[in-house]
Design a binder for this molecule. Structure first.
Ligand SMILES: [Fe+2]
Length: 231
């Protein structure tokens, strides 16, 4: 993805969230210059990769297959002593028919919440022991109400509705055609993108970036190391 495109998407997303009166924390808008002067007091943001995350899953067709997220809070399995927090929260902008590809998590249990905009469509399977789609029927909890699911069933969340996705449940989601973008929340166990995503097809998780202009905001993987304390 081009940096100019990412810059534009971040501005669009913050305006989109604001339009629902969902305000991001201040570090969402810290400039790269500001980051240069931030010391170890901001380690939690760096170490847990909080903040902006834009992905085209390495396919370079962002509007068809892609996702824009902002991680608001997260723990860190590898550094539990420093970061014992056991939960995570994200906000996402999912566009009309923009697909997040099929994946499941071995560990993370996540609630996916339609917080406003269009309808969110999910399609679900259980995984089998070869990481393929199982033909087993199962059930999910939608806002505290169990619902039976046949393999590949499509489930639609309208604004306000949420689903609890248990580990080993394959899920894909996208904004329902014609409904516009969806503001999607995620409340979950600790999120570990490097070790807890099993995609059905092998995909990249982070984009290749072409630097055609200066970054407006850093992505969560781009923060510079902590500045030395001023003496
Ligand atoms: Fe997921």
């Amino acid at each position: 993805m081009k940096r100019s495109e990412i810059n534009k998407l971040l501005v669009e997303a913050s305006e989109f969230f604001s339009s629902f009166h969902f305000q991001l924390p201040p570090f969402a808008f810290w400039s790269p210059e500001r980051w240069q002067s931030m010391g170890p007091e901001a380690d939690e943001i760096r170490d847990n990769e909080l903040g902006w995350d834009v992905t085209d899953y390495g396919l370079d067709r962002f509007y068809e297959v892609g996702l824009l997220l902002f991680t608001i809070r997260n723990g860190n399995h590898a550094r539990k002593d420093t970061y014992p927090k056991g939960y995570a929260e994200k906000i996402m902008m999912v566009r009309d028919q923009q697909v997040t590809p099929y994946h499941y998590h071995w560990n993370k249990r996540e609630d996916i919440i339609n917080r406003g905009g269009g309808n969110l469509v999910l399609e679900l399977y259980l995984t089998d022991e070869r990481n393929k789609f199982s033909d087993t029927h199962f059930s999910v909890s939608v806002d505290g109400v169990r619902r039976p699911v046949a393999p590949g069933d499509r489930l639609i969340l309208s604004p306000g509705e949420s689903i609890c996705l248990e580990p080993y449940v394959y899920h894909t989601f996208y904004g329902e055609k014609g409904g516009g973008s969806v503001m999607v929340g995620e409340v979950s166990d600790v999120n570990d993108d490097r070790a807890d995503n099993c995609f059905y097809e092998e995909l990249g998780r982070f984009p290749e970036i072409v630097e055609d202009e200066e970054p407006r905001y850093h992505l969560c993987t781009e923060y510079p190391p902590a500045a030395a304390p001023k003496s």
